[in-house]
Design a protein around this ligand. Structure first.
Ligand code: KG4
Ligand code: ZN
Length: 391
């Protein structure tokens, strides 16, 4: 089955075309086309993602990316027939809220005949609603123009399934995964521990009571006058401090560590950094590195302790990390050392770095599993900024 997938939940516009085969727990994928544009540079001057700018950028780029992915997949065939006028009317209606892309969209469907794909998967949440709508409206218009069914995908499920993939040259394998799977989801919007006891069936084990961990990285980075996104910048400084053995001079709290719950709180850690920075005044480069290192150490300590507790509580056989923060070098090192030592029966799956940031391959993989289970969208899709994995 071939799936065309669209992701526009935050600041990456992405389209991928996958060929999938197999079923739950034993599937494989080939990426036929993969086109992605990051908006990070556009948002940098605002120090974070601006929803209205994100929407405008998605609207400008989504159709060219669909075209690029189809060409890469060699599925772009010249159209010999005009599109029926009632289809054009319906497409215009579906795109009535996306005036910026209507004409480029119609050009694409006039120029190409419907490609040989079986389904269109699109992220419907969680994320920024104005941004999500661009992907949803485009997917619905493509579905109408090409007569292909739609699959609604939860962005966080995309992070989970893509983190479970292993690469075997050109093929992505989804195999040898033992249930239950515990997922530690750490991104700019989430800090959650979720267990999957059966495929695509999730229960929430713990979550943040305030900020998301990626948000804490970004806010602390801003306090240290580092550019957006802050996670990779903090990581670079912290690694420098570790190489030169600095950092002992600063102590930060480990919020909620050892409190008997699987929940998190990061706002106190952020405030502790703020107060310490006020006390210190002007910072040298070494001071900044020491702050970054201690902040990362505090985050890793808490995430590890809570994850250990959740592994005990759920008897999970597989642990997977997903979301943007799972790219963090220190966190990957700590989990790679501590999980096998303390939980020898648990298989740790860290996402391939190419899948830690938002992308459409992960939406295609999640969409494929939904499609083969017959979970197609019926009726109009809705963007949901806070869409939950658990019902
Ligand atoms: O999953 P993602 O790309 O977008 C959301 O769905 O939120 O996650 C973005 C978050 C940002 O907060 C960013 O600072 C953080 O992931 N991040 C990192 C690293 N790379 C990205 N945090 C820590 N270390 C990193 N290397
Ligand atoms: Zn994400």
């Amino acid at each position: 089955m071939r799936v065309l997938a669209i992701e526009t939940s935050c600041d990456e516009t992405a389209v991928a075309i996958l060929e999938g085969s197999g079923g739950d727990g034993d599937a494989s994928f080939r990426i036929l086309g993969n086109a992605l544009l990051s908006q990070i540079e556009a948002h940098k001057e605002y120090g974070g993602v601006m929803p209205s700018l994100a929407k405008r950028e998605h609207a400008k780029n989504i159709v060219p990316l669909v075209r690029a992915a189809l060409f890469e997949a060699e599925l772009a065939k010249e159209n010999t027939q005009a599109i029926p006028s009632d289809t054009e009317v319906r497409v215009r209606e579906l795109l009535s809220r996306e005036p910026d892309l209507t004409e480029t969209f119609l050009e694409l469907v006039r120029e190409m005949e419907p490609p040989e794909i079986d389904a269109i998967a699109v992220t419907t949440g969680p994320g920024l609603e104005p941004a999500l709508w661009v992907g949803i409206n485009t997917a619905q218009a493509l579905s109408k123009a090409w007569g292909k069914p739609l699959v609604s995908v939860n962005h966080m499920e995309g992070h989970i399934v893509s983190a479970l993939l292993t690469r075997n040259s050109e093929t992505l394998l989804f195999s040898n995964i033992e249930l239950p799977v515990l997922a530690l989801l750490i991104s700019g919007g989430h800090t959650e521990l979720v267990v999957m006891k059966e495929w695509r069936n999730y229960a929430l084990i713990g979550e943040t009571r305030d900020d998301a961990v990626g948000e804490a990285f970004d806010k602390v980075a801003r306090m240290l006058s580092l550019p957006y996104p802050g996670g990779p910048e903090i990581s670079k400084l912290a690694e420098r401090a570790r190489r030169s053995a600095q950092g002992g001079s600063i102590t930060l709290p480990r919020p909620m560590k050892g409190d008997g719950t699987c929940d998190f709180s990061w706002s106190g850690l952020k405030t502790a950094v703020l107060y310490l920075l006020k006390e210190r005044g002007e910072l040298s480069e070494e001071d900044k590195q020491a702050f970054a290192r201690e902040f990362e150490d505090a985050v890793a300590d808490v995430l590890l302790e809570k994850t250990g507790r959740a592994l005990d509580d759920t008897s999970a056989r597989t642990l997977v990390l997903g979301g943007g923060v799972s790219a963090n070098t220190h966190l990957r090192r700590v989990f790679s050392k501590e999980i096998p030592e303390n939980f020898p029966g648990v298989s740790l799956r860290l996402p391939n770095p190419e899948f830690t940031t938002d992308n459409a391959v992960m939406i295609g993989v999640a969409g494929y599993f939904r499609a083969i289970a017959g979970d197609y969208a019926t009726g109009a899709l809705q963007a949901s900024g806070t869409l939950a994995l658990t019902s």
